[in-house]
Design a protein around this ligand. Structure first.
Ligand code: COA
Length: 203
């Protein structure tokens, strides 16, 4: 997809793409569907406390089917919500979304989660890269992510996207702002690496 393409809400609701992760795992990235709530309900008890804490910043109870209905039944004008599926049964292994305040807003907040058993295989990277690429066509120029300071995989993942990036640290979490209107570059990846190294030395 090139940057001057436009992704309408209707097209976003039918999004489907087969991609290899950078670690060679074949996955499908597609729009979330209302009936995904049943599979997500089953997945929830398998998630580790750490994974849930890194995603929600607190200990949370298993959600009800009703609250999952709200999660899977989205308005694609304001929420670009994808799941990643894998294997012969195309089981859900990750979910992520960009949420914007109005359908004309150019700023969106990112959240994502990869099921524990499938972490570290490039799934999160593939999902976020695809959300950013589709997000540009959907009208987003700036992405904000709230990341726990100990969430090194997520900080690395965001860094690896190669966009100009600002990080603000406050009370144990980073607010990471990425300018996805610019083309990604190795220079940005490298300068981010320097910033991270400096931060680790300073702590
Ligand atoms: C953060 C998360 C989405 C990353 O997904 P993932 O599929 O495991 O990540 P990837 O395999 O694509 O790896 C992304 C980068 O992080 C690095 N990474 C992955 N796991 C790591 C770990 N445990 N420690 C350090 N680095 C790690 C990878 O090396 C990779 O960098 P590379 O491309 O230079 O190799 C996933 O761990 C997760 O869902 N965590 C819990 C929920 C969460 O934190 N959500 C984000 C909230 S904003």
């Amino acid at each position: 997809m090139v940057t001057d393409e436009i992704l309408t809400a209707d097209e976003a609701s039918r999004y489907y793409k087969r991609v290899p992760t950078h670690k060679g795992v074949e996955v499908v990235i597609r729009a979330i569907r209302p009936d995904d709530k049943y599979e997500i309900l089953d997945i929830f008890p398998t998630l580790s406390q750490r994974t849930l804490y890194m995603r929600f910043f607190r200990v949370i109870e298993a959600p009800s089917l009703e609250s999952l209905s709200r999660y899977t039944n989205v308005d694609f004008a304001t929420t670009l919500a994808f799941v990643v599926t894998k294997g012969p049964n195309q089981n859900i292994v990750a979910a992520g979304r960009l949420i914007r305040a109005t359908e004309h807003s150019k700023v969106a907040e990112l959240s994502c989660l990869v099921v524990d058993h499938y972490q570290h295989q490039g799934v999160g990277n593939a999902l976020v890269a695809d959300l950013f690429q589709a997000g540009k066509a959907w009208g987003i120029e700036q992405v904000i992510a709230l990341v726990h300071s100990e969430n090194h995989p997520m900080l690395r993942l965001l860094k690896n996207q190669g966009y100009p990036c600002e990080m603000l640290f406050d009370e144990g979490e980073f607010t990471v702002t990425l300018d996805i209107s610019q083309p990604p570059s190795d220079e940005n990846r490298a300068s981010y690496r320097t910033t991270m190294a400096a931060m680790h030395q300073a702590v």
